[in-house]
Design a protein around this ligand. Sequence first.
Ligand code: ZN
Length: 132
Amino acid sequence: MSDIIRTWRYIPQRYNLIGTKCTTCGKVYFPPRVICPECRRNGKLENIQFKGTGKIHSFSIVRTPIDDFKTIAPYSVAIIELDEGAKVTSQIVDADIDNIKIGDPVEMVFRKIREDGEDGVISYGFKFKIKK
Ligand SMILES: [Zn+2]
């Protein structure tokens, strides 16, 4: 339990979907940027916390993953267009992978990403699932 708490404290961006928004041109970025690529020095960036909802922009099905993810294969990795406009890449969970469609509405969920065998450290992070 203590490992989880420590990870939560030091890596907040893995649990809150934080990006940046340029108040000059209105564009939203994820991961967060330091400079707006559109406005350069005229851009004014502020942090934005995404609601965690959006839709599937494109996706692919992974049937032969690297060793770490073998137990969950096959699975789908999608590029998700958030309601705020930015795009994130994420695994789609709890889905019938043969029925995923571009445009499906999705929402963010917290899930176990991996568990290291020996010391049992469990990593959590965000994934997305299809909104019913
Ligand atoms: Zn801008």
